[in-house]
Design a protein around this ligand. Structure first.
Ligand code: ASP
Length: 455
């Protein structure tokens, strides 16, 4: 049995939804279909999820929101008409949105935002199930609440709980094709919570793990995963097979094709993931697997992402002070901040943090606490960094790779602010100033792909 997930662009219009139906019809083992909310139909278009966020913000602000609500409904109406569905489905969506606003306004702003965001996938799943039936695919919408997709209570980010996997497992015996909305679940006490943006990938993965699918097909709008961002590197090499670890490292920094949280459920069971193109479904795509065939390239992909800050801390004889690192990280924990890397010297340590978690007040508090409680000599934040990550299973048995990378970076004139290599040696990360990001990506690509190819 295969679980298929169709992303926003795959379900953005009637024409796209028709392609989805054709894909599901073409293979009887495609038994569970997880869908996103309608995404962009063209590059300047707005995703329904973003329209819903605007709607929620207007409701929360107490301003007029009827137009925003009708904008959302208009997207479904257009699709329903294009698919030849009964107009009652659009009426039902209008009623549903009003009901969500009324109910959630009595609860909290956070819940209002969550329930409106989730309506994007929920209403789309209902419409797609109806369309499947109209074209002869026996299908059934299943709600995450009924099915028992249980997530944790807030305030931590929503994550599926162990019982969710047990509950969803029962869906495997359903006769019809299941159409299941991505992106949200319910706490034990029945409160709806959404996953991170792009979280329908996570739902698909939870579902694939729950029903022990033979394959998790993730349909999107590209033929495959590329070895570097095609917006920066012209015609980057295609990746047809990649390991979970490689994909995890790449999606950490900028590879947005597949949500980084979405690997966890399938990795444990070794269920392969196949990234495929809804617009070109016969192309093999990219398979994400636990072990792949070896090739002669040490590097599989190079990713880059901006928006990092560095907290620098130095103290004479830091290396001899028992508990220094723990106390430092505890201060970050108390500010609810996660960190990505902690490269260090004998008397200093740098902590790499996603800047979006920081604010001037938080930074001020952290600096003061580290100075006062840990008696550090010097403490400060710097902003505007990018992380460039060179990834490949073949890296751990090839020598001189770091030297090649550093030399390629030096030719761009950039200073390397940080280097980090995890013990698995599957990745090598460089912290650099944001303005050098694209030049470095190109230089590294040329070093490991273009040059390797002609050698
Ligand atoms: N619709 C949600 C978003 O735009 C979730 C998803 O599409 O995966 O983030």
């Amino acid at each position: 049995m295969k679980v298929c997930k169709f992303g926003g662009t795959s379900v953005a219009s009637a024409e796209q939804i028709q392609k989805v139906a054709a894909i599901v019809k073409a293979d009887v083992t495609r038994k569970i279909v997880v869908v996103s909310a309608p995404g962009k139909r063209y590059s300047e278009d707005i995703k329904v999820t973003d329209l819903l966020i605007e709607l929620a913000e207007a409701v929360i602000a107490g301003s007029k929101y009827e137009d925003k609500l009708l904008n959302v409904v208009a997207r479904y109406k257009e699709n329903a008409e294009g698919l030849g569905l009964n107009p009652s489905i659009t009426e039902a969506i209008l009623t549903d949105l009003h009901a969500r606003i009324e109910e959630a306004s009595k609860v909290s702003d956070e819940y209002l935002l969550d329930t409106l965001k989730a309506s994007g996938e929920d209403n789309n799943a209902k419409m797609i199930a109806q369309y499947f039936n109209s074209v002869g695919i026996k299908a059934k919408y299943v709600s995450p609440k009924e099915a028992g997709l249980i997530v944790n209570e807030g305030p931590e980010r929503a994550q599926a709980q162990p019982e969710a996997y047990v509950n969803l497992n029962t869906l495997k015996d359903t006769a019809e094709v299941i159409v299941f909305p991505g992106f949200f679940g319910f706490t034990k006490s029945g409160v709806l919570r959404t996953f991170d943006r792009g979280g329908s990938d996570i739902t698909g993965s939870i579902m694939a793990a729950s029903v022990r699918a033979s394959l998790y097909e993730n349909f999107t709008d590209v033929d495959c995963v590329f070895s570097a961002n095609p917006k920066v590197v012209n015609n980057p090499a295609e990746i047809h097979e990649i390991t979970y670890r490689e994909m995890r490292e790449l999606s950490y920094a900028g590879f947005t094709v597949f949500h980084d949280e979405a690997l966890m459920p399938v990795v444990k069971l070794g269920i392969p993931v196949n990234i495929k193109n809804t617009n070109n479904p016969l192309v093999e795509g990219t398979r994400i697997v636990s072990k792949r065939k070896e090739n002669n390239r040490p590097v599989t992909g190079i990713s880059a992402d901006s928006g990092f800050s560095i907290l620098y801390v130095s103290k004479y004889l830091m290396n001899r002070e028992i508990g220094f690192g723990r106390k430092l990280l505890q201060i970050l924990e108390e500010e609810r901040i996660s960190y990505d890397h902690t490269p260090s010297g004998v008397d200093d340590i740098s902590i790499i943090i996603r800047s979006r978690q920081l604010s001037p007040e938080k930074e001020g508090r952290i600096v003061n606490r580290v100075l006062n409680e840990l008696n550090a000599d010097d403490v400060y934040f710097r902003h505007g960094f990018s992380m460039i990550v060179v990834v490949g299973e073949g890296m751990n048995n090839s020598t001189g790779l770091a030297a090649r990378a550093a030399s390629a970076i030096s030719k761009t004139g950039a200073n390397i602010e940080m280097i980090n290599q995890g013990s698995s040696e599957v990745s090598l990360s460089f912290g650099v100033q944001e303005k050098f990001e694209n030049d470095i990506l190109l230089a590294l690509y040329n070093e490991f792909f273009a040059v390797t190819a002609v050698r």
